[in-house]
Design a protein around this ligand. Structure first.
Ligand code: SF4
Length: 343
């Protein structure tokens, strides 16, 4: 469908925003998030960084704040449980229920089975960490564990998103904005090679305890568990050292060997995503600052409202682009796999 033939969009997708702290949650809700997602202060979620996430009292306050303003709280419980000790994952589910979370974002079938058997009325969203890229996989999780929403990995083209959405009764959520990994969500073990920990199990890639910065004659070196990830000139912007985004010497040339830091930005295709039946748009970045959460939420609230109200007259506003550019990782953005020209 062309932009010219597009009528106003009747159904508004939910805007789902990150909250790494109570302050970020409050700013996201005030800026127009329909839902926020967050995690507990332990390895049960894939952003297990010191200083981030919620204890029970903060979660209780966050749920009260969001619910009082008509927003939902989704709790990410999206790492894969330690087979030697399922206790933390089981207790995290029970805490989420007791503290009033509206849904859990889950990846591990064992966690889903526990939810199904002990909290059958609890709403489950399939995490991007589950790597479900086909409607058959999503239907499997619906039939077995009654999942009601699936977050699609950032590997599908627009057409493939439409194909999945039209073949399942499960709500589809896609990423709209934020940092990109190298497209192996739920399966990346890169950081395990260097630190022994990965986001899939310990909830963290590049754990801060393994990160070292050092001034040298050749520049500022970033190391991860002793492995040189990058070397920066004194005035060069520095990224958080992750193995996938390091610059390495390959065939005599020093460059990004796996992935150049870039942010996903789908503002330009927002009406298409809605028309394909996408029910929720997710903003990445629980590890980012409250200021990031507030500003990015405001832009996406305005964009979704505009796309759904104006239809063919929707256009990306320069002010939105300017705001997002300030927060984009690597100061550049991409449509990623959504406009991948090959199959
Ligand atoms: S190492 Fe890179 S690709 Fe792997 S999970 Fe971390 S950020 Fe993503």
């Amino acid at each position: 469908m062309t932009a010219e033939s597009r009528a106003p969009l009747a159904r508004k997708p939910e805007l789902v925003c990150p909250a790494g702290s109570l302050r970020a949650l409050q700013l996201a809700v005030d800026a127009g998030a329909d839902a926020v997602y967050l995690g507990l202060k332990d390895a049960t979620n894939a952003r297990n960084f010191a200083g981030l996430n919620f204890d029970d009292e903060q979660l209780r306050q966050g749920v009260a704040y969001a619910h009082a303003r008509g927003a939902k709280v989704l709790m990410a419980l999206n790492t894969f449980a330690d087979a030697r000790d399922f206790g933390p994952w089981q207790r995290a589910v029970d805490r989420a229920v007791a503290l009033g979370a509206d849904a859990l974002i889950v990846a591990d079938a064992a966690v889903m089975a526990y939810c199904r058997d002990h909290h059958p009325s609890l709403r489950l969203h399939l995490s991007v960490q589950a790597s479900a890229t086909s409607y058959e996989a999503i239907e499997f999780y619906r039939e077995r564990y009654a999942i009601q929403r699936a977050v699609l990995p950032r590997v599908l083209t627009l057409a493939q998103v439409g194909q999945v959405a039209s073949h399942t009764g499960v709500d589809i959520e896609v990423f709209g904005f934020g940092s990109l990994c190298v497209m192996v969500e739920g399966r990346c073990a890169l950081s395990s090679y260097v630190t022994g920990q990965s986001p899939n199990t310990a909830g963290v890639c590049s754990p801060p305890s393994a990160v070292r910065w050092q001034d040298t004659a050749g520049g500022v070196e970033a190391r991860l568990n002793g492995v040189l990830i990058d070397r920066y000139a004194p005035d060069e912007p520095r990224g958080y050292p992750t193995l996938c985004k390091g610059r390495f010497d390959v065939a005599g040339r020093r460059d990004y060997a796996l992935e150049e830091p870039t942010s996903l930005n789908t503002l330009a295709i927002l009406p298409e995503l809605v028309e394909l039946g996408v029910k929720a748009i997710k903003i990445e970045g629980r590890q980012r600052s409250p200021a990031y959460v507030e500003q990015v939420t405001r832009v996406w609230r305005a964009a979704i409202d505009s796309a759904c109200a104006t239809g063919a007259r929707y256009s990306v506003q320069p002010a939105w682009v300017a705001t997002l550019a300030r927060f984009a990782e690597g100061q550049q953005h991409t449509l990623g796999a959504y406009n991948r020209p090959w199959r």
